[in-house]
Design a protein around this ligand. Structure first.
Ligand code: C2E
Ligand code: CA
Ligand code: CA
Ligand code: CA
Length: 273
């Protein structure tokens, strides 16, 4: 790279400049946006893989900025984590999700929780307060965490997960298959649910070995008493394979996209119960 000449390094430096300007813009806008109610949850159904009956929803944060337009969570969640606003944004998601759950009788509501937020002192108490205020049974709240949580301070993370379990909320391991999670982790951590990442699901219809691997994961999760969810199911063929390997639940565009609460209620009303 040192030998790449002046021209290339200049291009590199200026595009780096643009990226860091964008980062700065987004972080500034986050601060304002939180104060101005620009954030709203959308909800994506999770269904039983055989009956296709709705079992719950995952809450996904959406941000519509008056100038920047819609900014994806893939961009603003990491930005919020960098500038410390993830706690406020996370609390907002938790509140909105628990309030929405009152409108969705019998369905669980899953909220994504950043490791920074989960490890903050007082997190478990704040979850309890939100549940009480919303009058929501703890077992209807599911929290989705990624394995990055376990990498930093596994003992502290374990204590936190047990405290949540004691409270009665369910915890799901998200994006399984994208990182380094091993069998040892799954045995040691008290997850209720394993969510198999969509990159794995995608490879199901393409490679036989992928099917064997995912099938083994599903069986293993069963032995450990965990439910399994296939994420990002987009085709009938993927659904058929997911059923074949006995994965419990399905989430993905084939069933429904994430949508605002009123639209979700219409969608649910048109479904067999
Ligand atoms: P995730 O938790 O893995 O959420 C699933 C993502 O996959 C969502 O993207 C969803 O819209 C998308 N998806 C669902 N079904 C399909 C499908 O069939 N095909 C494809 N291609 N995609 C599908 P989204 O909403 O853009 O969210 C991206 C990520 O941002 C989430 O990934 C999650 O990690 C994070 N995120 C979203 N909302 C929150 C939040 O409130 N708090 C935190 N901490 N993170 C959030
Ligand atoms: Ca998730
Ligand atoms: Ca996921
Ligand atoms: Ca993800």
């Amino acid at each position: 790279a040192k030998r790449s000449g002046r021209g290339r390094s200049v291009v590199y430096a200026s595009s780096l400049g643009a990226a860091s300007r964008r980062m700065h813009t987004v972080e500034q806008a986050l601060r304002e946006g939180l104060g101005q109610g620009q954030f709203e949850l959308h909800f994506q159904p999770k269904v039983d893989s055989h009956s296709l009956r709705a079992l719950g929803v995952e809450a996904l944060m959406r941000w519509e900025h008056p100038v920047l337009g819609s900014v994806s969570p893939g961009e603003f969640i990491p930005a919020a984590e960098r500038c410390g606003l993830i706690h406020e944004l996370g609390a907002l998601a938790l509140q909105q999700a628990c309030l929405a759950a009152r409108d969705l009788p019998g369905l669980s509501v899953a909220v994504n929780v950043s490791p920074l937020q989960l490890m903050e002192p007082g997190f478990v108490d704040s979850v309890e307060r939100v549940l009480v205020r919303a009058g929501l049974g703890p077992s209807l709240l599911h929290l989705e965490v990624t394995e990055s949580l376990m990498l930093e301070d596994a003992q502290a993370a374990l204590r936190r997960l047990h405290a949540l379990r004691d409270l009665g909320v369910q915890v799901a391991l998200d994006d399984f298959g994208t990182g380094f999670s091993s069998l040892a982790y799954l045995r040691a951590f008290p997850f209720h649910t394993l969510k198999i990442d969509r990159s794995f699901v995608r490879s199901l219809s393409e490679h036989n070995d992928a099917r064997a691997i995912v099938s083994t994961i599903v069986q293993m999760a069963g032995v450990l008493g965990m439910r399994t969810v296939a994420e990002g199911v987009e085709t009938e063929r993927e659904l058929a394979i997911v059923r074949e390997i006995c994965c419990d639940e399905v989430q993905g565009y084939l069933v429904a996209r994430p949508m605002p609460l009123p639209k979700l209620k219409d969608w649910l009303a048109g479904r067999p119960v």
